[in-house]
Design a protein around this ligand. Structure first.
Ligand SMILES: Cc1cc2nc3c(=O)[nH]c(=O)nc-3n(C[C@H](O)[C@H](O)[C@H](O)COP(=O)(O)OP(=O)(O)OC[C@H]3O[C@@H](n4cnc5c(N)ncnc54)[C@H](O)[C@@H]3O)c2cc1C
Length: 348
C-alpha cells in the first residue's frame, strides 16, 4: 500500500472522533475509524439492563446542551429522525437541610434510544474497525503509521492519558500538545486533589431500578427529571432515565463525586452501597430491585485548552472534549468537526 493510497486513521470513536471521521468521509477523503470498545460511543456509553430487554440506559454523558449553530443543525436533524429529543430545561437542586429547589436552564437534549445512538449515526457510513491501537509513529521520511500500517493522517480522539500511550517515535509536537497539565486542581479542604490520571477526574455511575416511580414527591412540582446534588460526599447528580428517554421506565442513574469514585476505582461495585444509601436519603426510595455499576476512570478533564484541536508532526491531529471549551458533548463535537474540516482542507 503506498502512502498516497492510505486512509486517514481516526483513533477513538467517541463523538469527537466520529464527527471528525464523518466530516472526512463526507468530503470524499478515505478514512478509517478505529475503537477498542465493542461499540462506538465512548463516554456516551449505554447498556441493556435488568428486565428492560433491548432498552439501553445512559451510563455516561447525561444530556447535550447546544448553543452553536453547527451542532444545532445536527441535533435538529437527529430530532427529525427520532434520534434526539428535548428532555427538559428544569432540574432540581438538592442540598442538605434545605427543601428541594427547581432550577431552570437551557434545553437539555437526550435520546429516546440512548445518546450512544447519536455517535452510531455519525459513524454509520464510515468504515470502522474494533481493536485497540497500540502505536502511532512518524518515520524519518515523514510517513505516518498506525500499528505499522501506513496512514495519510492520524487523529487521536480520546482523553489525554489514553492518547499519550499511543505516541511512538517522531511525534514531538503531539507529545508537547498532550503534555500533562501542571498541578491537580486543589480541593477546598487543602488536601491534594483526587485526580488520579494527571488532570482527569473519575466518576462511578450506578443505575438502579424499582417496580414503580416513587420519587416524584421530592419535587416541589411533583415531577422529577433529574437533580444536581450539592454538598454530598458521595453523589453529584441523579437522572431519571425513564423521563430522559420518554418511556417512563422507573430507573435512576446516579453519578458519584470524583472523590468517591477515586476511593473505589479498583473495586467499583464497592462504591454502590454508599451511593444507594445516599439516594434513599435524598429521594426517599427503598431498596432497588437491581442495580448496575459502571466506572469512568477518565471521565472529565479538570483543564481545557482554548484551541479547538491540535495538528502537527505532518498530519497528526488531536481532538476531544479537552479542546476548545468546557468539557462536554458540544465541545467534543466541535473539536472533531473543526479538525475534520482542517484535514479536508489539507488533503483535497
Ligand atoms: C459520567 C459522565 C457524565 C457526563 N455528563 C455529561 C453531560 O451531562 N453533558 C455533556 O455535554 N457532557 C457530559 N459528559 C462529557 C461527555 O460525555 C464527553 O465530553 C464526550 O462524550 C467526550 O467525547 P470524546 O470523543 O472527546 O471522548 P470519548 O467519548 O472518551 O471517546 C474516546 C474513544 O477512544 C477510544 N480509545 C481510547 N484508547 C484507544 C485505543 N488505544 N485504541 C482504540 N480506541 C481507543 C475509547 O474506547 C473511546 O471510545 C459526561 C461524561 C461522563 C463520563
Amino acid at each position: 500500500m503506498s502512502t498516497s493510497a492510505a486512509p486517514v486513521v481516526v483513533v477513538g470513536a467517541g463523538i469527537s472522533g466520529a464527527t471528525c471521521a464523518r466530516t472526512l468521509h463526507d468530503a470524499g477523503v478515505a478514512v478509517r475509524l478505529v475503537d477498542r470498545g465493542r461499540r462506538v460511543g465512548g463516554r456516551l456509553g449505554a447498556r441493556r439492563l435488568g428486565p428492560y430487554g433491548d432498552r439501553r440506559t445512559d451510563l455516561g454523558g447525561s444530556y447535550l446542551t447546544v448553543d452553536h449553530p453547527d451542532l444545532q443543525a445536527q441535533v435538529d436533524d437527529w430530532e427529525r429522525r427520532g434520534l434526539a429529543r428535548r428532555w427538559t430545561d428544569t432540574f432540581l437542586a438538592l442540598s442538605p437541610d434545605a427543601p428541594a429547589e427547581s432550577k431552570a436552564g437551557p434545553v437539555r437534549w437526550a435520546s429516546p434510544v440512548a445518546l450512544r445512538s447519536l455517535v452510531e449515526d455519525l459513524a454509520d457510513p464510515v468504515p470502522t474497525d474494533g481493536h485497540a491501537v497500540a502505536d502511532v509513529t512518524r518515520g524519518r521520511d515523514g510517513r505516518l503509521a498506525v500499528d505499522g500500517q501506513p496512514a495519510a493522517g492520524v487523529v487521536l480522539a480520546m482523553p489525554d492519558p489514553q492518547a499519550r500511550r499511543l505516541l511512538g517515535d517522531g511525534l514531538p509536537e503531539a507529545a508537547a500538545a498532550l503534555a500533562p497539565a501542571a498541578a491537580p486542581r486543589p480541593r477546598g479542604d487543602g488536601r491534594e486533589g483526587h485526580v488520579v490520571h494527571d488532570g482527569w477526574e473519575p466518576i462511578i455511575a450506578v443505575a438502579a431500578w424499582w417496580p414503580e416511580r416513587t420519587w416524584d414527591a421530592v419535587s416541589p412540582h411533583g415531577h422529577f427529571e433529574g437533580a444536581f446534588v450539592n454538598d454530598d460526599p458521595v453523589l453529584s447528580w441523579v437522572a431519571d432515565d425513564g423521563r430522559r428517554h420518554g418511556d417512563d421506565v422507573p430507573l435512576l442513574v446516579a453519578h458519584s463525586t470524583p472523590d468517591h469514585a477515586a476511593e473505589h476505582l479498583v473495586d467499583p461495585p464497592s462504591a454502590a452501597p454508599a451511593m444507594l444509601a445516599a439516594l434513599a436519603d435524598r429521594l426517599g426510595v427503598g431498596d432497588p430491585v437491581g442495580h448496575h455499576v459502571h466506572r469512568w476512570s477518565v471521565a472529565r478533564p479538570s483543564h481545557t485548552r482554548e484551541a479547538a484541536y491540535h495538528l502537527g508532526d505532518g498530519l497528526v491531529g488531536v481532538c476531544g472534549d479537552a479542546w476548545g471549551g468546557a468539557p462536554k458533548v458540544q465541545t467534543a463535537y466541535l473539536s472533531g468537526l473543526e479538525l475534520g474540516r482542517r484535514l479536508v482542507a489539507e488533503l483535497t
